[in-house]
Design a protein around this ligand. Structure first.
Ligand SMILES: [Zn+2]
Length: 417
């Protein structure tokens, strides 16, 4: 199977033709150097001078919970804690089919928007037991030829606080197949002592099963929440070898500048990846603030300046945590641009990196638009550079995975004046 893409605009601004054979990019040539003919390829596609890059990555989403907003009362206080509690009743009644149906809707949308790789968290606790995992494993199987899906076993309700969760996490890692990751939620324990125990359980369990850690960490505005500092320092002390990713880390924005600098230094030294989730945290955080409410996300610019790998997640789609969201990573990048005040040319380039190469680093995968690499790409029709892509979030896109077109959205616009 061969595919030729003609008139493609690269991130560097060159107009090129791209040859793809057996799933790999075999050539990228300036259009003046070599023109492609229909006879050279099984299929040829005209990018019409539009931006073509590696496909998008969605490194943090909760596919077991997406779209439960249709069957649940809205979150009245808007806080994380009410969202967690609102989900309990639905979680008790999950079925494999129900989870699969909702997850499938959102995955199809993400593919439509140019995503080919997803890391999802899945609740593992005494309420839903392993049903959410079963639902997502069935979904993963359904999409096995279309996307790469990594699953994080996530103790949403805490580990010590929720009896039986530790054993369920082990079961999830044992039965979830390859690519399983251990999740965490250490700030959701009764006290700081138990939060530390939670972190120690994560480190020893991840070692036992030889899996990476991807932990919700300090998702709170409480400046006394210190689980990121503890996790980073324990990882350094233990010389933890697999990758560690922390999500949200909102409390970092609540610390004073001196303590924040100290924690950022530890995160850098431990080689920890950070996922910030601007859609959800902009609405969940700051709810107890009186007067001006804080933005809610972590210290993105300071983390980037320190050399920490930062990426971004959609996190939630229409559930008690977040009533909006459609899975478009360009929209998420646009939101981060607002929330973190990333507006310069260089900032905007970094925003694009957060949904491509930075996210690939977080997911431990090789993902580059380059000769010899797998052809996982997106064509963004009507835009010529990353600034226009994030500014306009163009609707017409083609998504290519392993050299095959897996989705194509066309857009018709008519003007009658
Ligand atoms: Zn999350």
């Amino acid at each position: 199977m061969s595919l030729g893409i003609i008139n493609a605009r690269t991130r560097e601004g060159n107009l090129v033709n791209i040859a793809i054979q057996e799933g790999l990019v075999t050539d990228i040539v300036n259009i003046d150097e070599k023109s492609f003919s229909e006879n050279d390829f099984d299929q040829i596609i005209d990018a019409k001078d539009s931006l073509v890059t590696e496909s998008f990555i969605s490194p943090h989403i909760h596919l077991d919970k997406v779209l439960i907003g249709d069957i649940i009362e809205p979150n009245q206080s808007g806080t994380l804690w009410e969202a967690i509690q609102k989900t309990w009743e639905v979680k008790r009644n999950y079925t494999v089919e129900n989870i699969k149906q909702r997850a499938t809707d959102v995955i199809n949308n993400q593919i439509k928007f140019g995503v080919t790789k997803i890391r999802t968290h899945v609740d593992v606790d005494s309420i839903g037991s392993l049903m959410p995992l079963k639902g997502l494993l069935a979904t993963k199987d359904e999409f096995k030829n279309v996307i790469d899906l990594q699953i994080v076993a996530f103790p949403q309700e805490g580990i010590l606080k929720d009896e039986g969760t530790e054993e369920l996490l082990e079961k999830a890692l044992e039965t979830g197949g390859k690519d399983m990751i251990l999740g965490g939620m250490p700030h959701n324990e009764f006290n700081g002592k138990n939060s530390k125990k939670h972190v120690n359980i994560l480190l020893s369990m991840a070692k036992k099963y030889n899996v990476p850690i991807d932990s919700h960490t300090d998702e709170t505005d409480d400046p006394t929440s210190r689980t990121l500092q503890y996790l980073a320092s324990r990882a350094i002390e233990e010389k933890f070898e697999k990758s560690i990713t922390v999500d949200h880390i909102c409390a970092l924005s609540a610390y004073d500048d001196y303590h924040a600098a100290r924690v950022i230094d530890l995160v850098k030294r431990a080689g920890i990846n950070v996922v910030t989730n601007p859609p959800t945290n902009m609405v969940l955080q700051g709810r107890l603030d009186t007067g001006a409410q804080r933005v809610g996300i972590t210290r993105v610019k300071e983390l980037l300046a320190a050399g920490v790998n930062v990426t971004i997640g959609q996190d939630c789609v229409h559930d008690p945590y977040y009533p909006f969201g459609k899975g478009d990573m360009l929209e998420v990048a646009n939101l981060l641009g607002h929330a973190a005040k990333m507006t310069t040319f260089s900032d905007i380039n970094t925003l694009y990196d957060t949904i491509t190469k930075n996210a690939a680093q977080t997911m431990d995968i090789d993902h580059q638009f380059k000769k010899g690499k797998p052809a996982d790409m997106v064509i963004l029709y009507g835009v010529k550079n990353v600034h226009e892509a994030i500014r306009t979030t163009p609707p017409a896109r083609t998504t290519i995975r392993n050299g095959k077109i897996i989705s194509q959205t066309e857009y018709d616009y008519h003007r009658f004046y």
